[in-house]
Structure formats: C-alpha cells, structure tokens
Design a protein around this ligand. Sequence first.
Ligand code: CS2
Length: 488
Amino acid sequence: MTALDRRSPRGQLTLATARKLDVSLRPLVDPRALKPRIVHFGLGAFHRAHQAVYTEAAAMRTGEPWGITVVAPRSEATVTALRAQDCLYSVTERRPGGPRTRVVGAIVDALRMRRDVDKVDGLLAAPATTVVTLTVTEKAYHRRSGTTDLDTAAPEIAADLAAGVRDLRTVVGRLAGGLAARYRAHGAPISVVSCDNAAANGAVLRGVVRGFVAASSWPDRSDVLAWLDNSVAFPSSVVDRIVPATTGEDERAASAALGLRDGMPVVGEPYRQWILEDCFAAARPRWELDGALLVPDVAPYQLMKLRLLNGSHSALAYLGLAAGYGTIREVMHTRWGERFVRSFCAEVARTLPAGGPDAEAYVEDLVPRFRNPAMRHLLRQIGSDGSLKLPERWFGALRESATPAPLLELALAGWVNATRPDDLGPVFGTTDPLAEPLARCWYDRPDPVDLVGRLLRLAGAADLAERTDLAKSVAARLPALRAGRVEF
Ligand code: CS2
C-alpha cells in the first residue's frame, strides 16, 4: 500500500471490503459464522476495546460461535454508524513505539434499547443467550449511595416503575423486564456481568435488578425474584484498560491505517486485564484463553484497581486541571506528576487488605501506563461524574486511613476546587449529574470548611463531612490550588 492509499480510504469498512484487507488487519473471526449468544448493554468505546476483544479471541481459539449483540441505551447515532459498517470497527493499540490497528469481528448486531425493545427482550429470553454484560457507567445503576439497594425515588426509576414494560427507559428496568420475560418463557439459567468500575459490582447489579422487580406491580414478581435467586448469576468483575474517548483525529488515523473509512474506531493502551468471579450459571466464552482471570473472589483485585489506578487517575485529573493541563500524559511529564502517583499509591496501598495482590508491582506497571506518550486521555473526561466515582475511588481509603492522609486530602481539595462553577458550569468543563446542587454549595460563599462538608454530604459521605480535621485540612489547600499550584 502506498502512502497515498493510506491517506485516502477507498470506501467504508464493511464485511465486503474487510475481506480485501491485509490479513494482519482482518478480524480474528468472521461475524457471519457467529451466533447471538451475548447481549451487551452500553455501546461505548470501552466495551469495544475490552470485552469484545476478549470474546473475539475466545471464539477464535475454541471455534465456539460467541457473538455479541450490543444494545445502546440512548445513542441511536452509534447504532446507525455501527450497522452501516456491518458492526465491524477497528481497535488501535497505542504503543509507545507506534500504533497497531486491526478490525474486530465479535459484534453481530446493534440495537436501540427503546425502539428495538421486542428484539432486545427476545434476545434476553432466547435460550441460546447465556451471558449479559454491561458497561453503563456508575450513574445507570441508580443505587442508594453506598448500598446495593435500588433508589426507587430516583425520577427515572420511579417513571419506569409506573411505565408499561415496553416503555422502560432505564437499563435496570429493561434488564429486569427482559429477565422476567426469560423466566416466563422457560427460565433457563443465565449470567449477568457488570463491567463498570465499582466494588462488588455483581452484588450491586443483583441488588438493583431485584429491587426493580420487587417494587414492580408484576403479579408474578415473587416468582421472578425466586428465579433470580436460583437461576441467575451476577459475577463481579474487574475491568482494566485505558480507553480515552475517540476523537476525529483517531478516526482519520484508523481509516488511514485500514485504507477504509471507519466511523466507529476505538483506541486504547496495550495493557488490558479482566478478572471475573468464577460463579457463572450457564455457558460462557473461555475468556481465560485470552488472559482473563477467573477467581473465587475478585474483591481484593477490585479494591486495588479502584483505589490505585482509578483513585490516582481522578486525583491527577483534578490537580492537573487546577495546574492548567489537559491530559494525563502531560501531568505525568511535569516535575510532580509521577512523584504524586507514587506517593498517593503508597499512602492508599496501606488501606488495602493484607494478603491481596502485589500493590507495589501494580504501581510499577501503572506509572508507564500513565506516562505512555502515545495516549491522549483528557483530564476533563476522567474528572467527570466525580460525585459518583469518588465514593468508589477515595472515600473508602479515607475512612480506612489510620493517620492523616495528606495525598488523599490534596486530591479531595482538587475535586472541591473543580466543582467551583463559572457562568457555564463547573469551571474546568467537567460534567456531573449533581453539577447543579454542587454548584449551589458555592453560591452563598460559605466558609471553606463548611463548603467541603456540604460537598462531601452531596457525594454521599456524611460521615467524612463530620470529620472537621479532614474538612479543615482540605480547605487549607484550596487557595494554592485556586492559584494553580499543586503542593505536597
Ligand atoms: C478512568 C477510567 O475515566 C475514568 O474515570 O479512571 O475509565 C480508567 O481509564 C479505566 O478504569 C482503566 O481501566
């Protein structure tokens, strides 16, 4: 292929055009040879760069036809775009030495959760479907902060509980409705795997789905609940791969590498890991053939990943934004970036239970991952939804820190500083479902110690808000951050 060919894609990526790609660029499996056996909720970049990649490799290695039907809860445009290219898309690994692109063929169909409701429910009820996976982000679970209970008062959930089963808008409602349809059809066992960043994500998902069924007006709800308890597994899982939101530039680069236009590419770091609780209720792909770990208890891995990787990621995001940077890589190349990650992780690692996986080794891997010069991960993206992310990433560690925790306190000051509103919203452009109430805390210019307490309460940490020593020490760090200085 000449340089000119690389610059001008010769057509759209589809099954027909993919056949002509160089073998190194082609999917590992032909999607036409696969069957719909997995339903996945959430059509974001992360799923396509993670679970789909493991599933494709498992199908290739075993010859078992594990195909994924992806369901988009909201965005119809992504479904249209994916279907226009026969559900093929490319994954580019951003290695420090140069990118590596290839097409993935694990997805067999893409559906819109609301408009394609009959198909979605039909697949959830189909005996051949034995696995459901989800990447829907923290906010889609609608749980009561810090519990596995469904927040039945959340407006979207309350609306779904009042709606007919065909009109459900939340993923929790749709999943509960589809599982109930499966129970009524034949009740064959199935496993539902949360792939979102939360401790005990399996128990959380089970809790909110059960909560929805229990609060429904379905006449057979107690039978459905008994069936959920006996025949549906909710394995917890730890997912790990840094996958920044795809940009127009990524799209051009992927299309150039393929010589075909790819409107749905994803980019990710070379590292990936998936650790699953080994408690499936029915057949599943042999993801372990591609490096996934199946263990009796994922909790120690989950805690380590959430507190070290996601914890320091969020901290870098808020501190980096305060200091005027845009990406993780930029922050890691400042004088303080790497030193901060190492000190933060050392402080937080003391809160991890003894006998768990090797935290020091994890940090040694983490630093080069964050430093990867080929990655462009926006601080604004990582800093978004802080009120839902921080309980998982920092609050547990703060509660369990025996001594003052200066790095966690600095991080918390970073978040407080980033909730400050200007005319358009939070000052650095992060988004948050609680952006408005968070902003309101600033309006009447409260005393800074008070402000910290109010914000913590909104994020579900009333107990931490009571700790005046903590609030004082966070408040004391705000003036330097406001002036763009990160001091520790
Ligand atoms: C990040 C995660 O956006 C964020 O909040 O911390 O998406 C992170 O990149 C992944 O969890 C890495 O596995």
